[in-house]
Structures are given as C-alpha cells and as structure tokens.
Write a protein that binds this ligand. Structure first.
Ligand code: FES
Ligand code: FES
Length: 167
C-alpha cells in the first residue's frame, strides 16, 4: 500500500508492505541508517525516533501507522549549516558514547526526556532513558550529557520543524 511520510522535512510517497516496520522503512526505503536496530523486539531503544513530537521505538511501529506523519531521525537534527542539536553537542562534549551503537536512540530518547522535563535530576534522566540500553554501559556520561543539554534551554527538548530541515 502507499504511504506518504515526511522524514526530516522531506515528504515522499512509497509503496510498502503493510507489515513493514518503521525502522526498516527508514533504513531500507529511505536510506537513513543512523537509526540502529539492536533487538527488533522493543527492548533496546537503539531504533528510537520522534514521530509527530513523540519518541517511539521504530521497531514497534508499522510504517503505515505513520502515514501522513512527520518523522525525525538523528540525521534530521543538525541545522542547515551543520550546527549540532544541543543534545548532540552535549553527548560529544560529555563523552556520552563509547562504541556509539546506542547513541542515535539515546539522543532521540533524551530529546523526549527533556521535552517532558526541561531540568531533570540524575534519577529522572535515568528513569526517562530506562527503555534504552547501552551495551558499553556508558550510562554515567549519558546522564551527564542530558543534564548538560538541559542548560541549552527549550531547544534541547525539540526537534527541528519540518520546514527548517534541509535536504
Ligand atoms: S531495535 Fe527497536 S527497541 Fe531494539
Ligand atoms: S556506546 Fe556502545 S552501546 Fe552505548
């Protein structure tokens, strides 16, 4: 069936199988491979993206469920001039990654945490990210990164608006 999904500001219509997961749609149909697939069973959070303002595990959602919607992946966060999103910048500055496999999902989930709570405590960050696993167990610096990003203000809890995202 046909779906029309705007991903990182780019609208497109594709013919997809009704059973196609959003994670596979993003990677295989749209060619956006920052969204990692770690488990395919809703356990690890590596596939987290933002759909219409809410963070979701894209291995839990069918592509057809986002028909007509707006999806933001890690590729859609940086500004047109390459300026990093506040959460990306904080992950870099606070060394919030080791191998980096969990990082795209962590960054997207962190944006959701900050959208709900712009000034989270250590415990609130840990609770907010509990659906995201880091195989390198680098949680300490991830928590520090989220709290550092909070200092950037409301932008840390927002994804770019569709019209602001460049090709
Ligand atoms: S791949 Fe989606 S939660 Fe692990
Ligand atoms: S940095 Fe390796 S899985 Fe998190």
């Amino acid at each position: 069936m046909q779906v029309s999904i705007t991903v990182n500001g780019q609208p497109r219509t594709d013919e997809v199988e009704p059973r196609l997961l959003l994670a596979h749609y993003l990677r295989e149909v749209r060619g956006l491979t920052a969204t990692n697939i770690g488990c395919d069973t809703t356990s690890c959070g590596a596939c987290t993206v933002v759909v219409d303002g809410l963070t979701v595990k894209s291995c839990t959602v069918l592509a057809v469920q986002t028909d007509g919607g707006q999806v933001t992946t890690l590729e859609g966060l940086a500004g047109p001039d390459g300026e990093l999103h506040p959460v990306q910048r904080a992950f870099r500055e606070e060394h919030g990654l080791q191998c980096g496999f969990c990082t795209p999902g962590m960054v997207m989930a962190a944006i959701g945490v900050l959208a709900d709570n712009p000034d989270p405590s250590d415990r609130e960050v840990r609770e907010g990210l509990e659906g995201n696993l880091c195989r390198c167990t680098g949680y300490h610096n991830i928590v520090r990164a989220v709290q550092a990003a909070a200092k950037a203000g409301p932008a840390a809890g927002q994804v770019p608006q569709a019209q602001e995202v460049q090709a």
